[in-house]
Write a protein that binds this ligand. Sequence first.
Ligand SMILES: Cc1ncc(COP(=O)(O)O)c(C=O)c1O
Length: 471
Amino acid sequence: MESEEFLDEVLSRVKSFLASSQTESQIRPSESHASLARTSDLNLPLEGRGLEAALDDIESVLRNSVRTTAPGFMNPLWGGLSIASIAGELVTAATNTAMYTYEIAPIATLIESSILKRIAELADFGTSQGTLTTGGSNGNLLGMLCARQAKFPMSSHAGFDGTNMVAFVSEESHYSFSIASNVVGIGHSNLIKVRCNEHGQMRPDALEEEIEYALAEGRIPFAVLATSGTTVKGSFDPLRAIAAVAHKYELWMHVDAAWGGSCLFSSQHRSLMDGIELADSFCWDAHKMMGIPLICSAFIVKDADVLKAVCSNGNTAHYLYIESGEDLDLGRYSLQCGRRNDALKLWLAWREIGDAGWASMLERFMELAHYLEERVKNHASLELMSERMWTNVCFRYVGDSSTDERNRINAELRQRLIQDGRFMVSRSTIDESIILRSVIANRSVTEESLDAFLDCVVSLGKDIERGLPQQ
Ligand SMILES: Cc1ncc(COP(=O)(O)O)c(C=O)c1O
C-alpha cells in the first residue's frame, strides 16, 4: 500500500470514529480488562506486517478507545475537540521538529511566541516570557522553581538546602504541587496547606497566619501558590487579597490556572481571576476547556530572567545553541530539550474561533453547568455537594437512603455508571462524602444529554437502593 493511500484510509477511519462518537450511545468499550488483554494482538513482530496491517491495528485502537468527544463524556477536566486543532496535530507530526532553536523551527517559534504573548496580555502581565510545557503539573513545578530561584539566585548553580523552606498552597489545590515540592527540594511536609472557606477558596487571613507561624518557627517562606479553578469544586482563590499578603511578605506568587484560566476570555466571567496581574507567574491548560488535544499548556512569568536562570544549562549545550539565536531560541526557557510543536494546534483553533468564539464557548459551558446544577438542586433524589463557581457540578444520589448508606450507594453508582458505558463522570470526596463530579468542558454536551445523564444516575441509584438489605 502506498503511503498516500494509507493516509487517506487513516483519515477516513478517524472521521468515522469522530462522527460515530456523536451518535453511538456506548462511549466506553464494554470489554473487561482481562478479555481485552487476552484478545488484543500487542506483539511486536520480528518481520514487519506492512501498512495494510497497520490499518487493522488502527481499527482495533479506535474500537477500544473511550469516546472522549461524546456528549456523555464529562469525566476529567477536558473533553470534546476542536477540529482545527486536530489538523494542527497532524501538521505538527508531519513537519516533525523540535522547539529548541529558531533555526530548526522558524515558523513554529514565531507561532509559539505570539501565543505566549497573547496569553500574557489576557492576564495583563505586561512584559513577560513563557513556555509551553507538558501540562499544568509541569507549569506548577516551573512556578515553584522560579520562586526558589527568585529567593536564592545561586540555587540553580550551587544547589540548596530546602529542609527549612516553606511554600503555601490551598488545601483544595492539585496534587501536582506535592510532587513539585519534592522535585524542587523542599519535600511534601514543607508544603503548607492553607485552610479554605466553605466555598473551597484559600482564606487570605489563614494564609497570613500560616506565614507568621512559619516565620516564628524560623522557617523561610518563599512561595504562595494560589489556584484559579480547583480540581474538585472548581473554586477560585481570591487572587487580589492573596497577592496583598504575598507582597507584604515579599513572596513569589504563582497561580495554578490550569483549569480556570479560560475565564480570562470572557468579560462575563473574567472577574473570577480578578488580581491575576499581581501574580509573578501562572499556568494555563489549553487542553482542558478549549478542546485542544492533550498536551497544550502554557507557563507565563513576568521576569524572563528568572525562568532563563531556572532553565540554564551552564552553557554546556554548545552543540545546540549559538549566539545568533540568543533572542529567538525558545529552548532557553524550557526544562525540555526536544519539545513538540504544541503551539500550532492552539494557534489554528484560536484563529478559527477568535477571542469572541472562545468567550461564547465558555459562556455556553457555564450555562450548561448552571442548567445541570439547577436540575440537581430541584431533584428530590439528588443533592448538590458544593456551591458552583465554574463548570464543576458536584453532587450525589440520596434517594430515600439514610446518611450512613450514602457513601456505599454513590461508590456503587459510579461503578455501575462506568459499566453502563453511556456516561463518564469522576468520583471524588468532599468532607468524607463520596460524590460524583461532572464537568462541562466538552462542546458536544447539551441540555438533552444532561437530562439523559441524570435519568441514568437516578435509575441506577434506585436500583442500588432496592438491592440494599432492609434495616
Ligand atoms: C487545578 C489543576 N491544576 C493542575 C492540573 C494538572 O494539569 P495537567 O494534567 O495538565 O498536568 C490539574 C489537572 O486536572 C488541575 O485540576
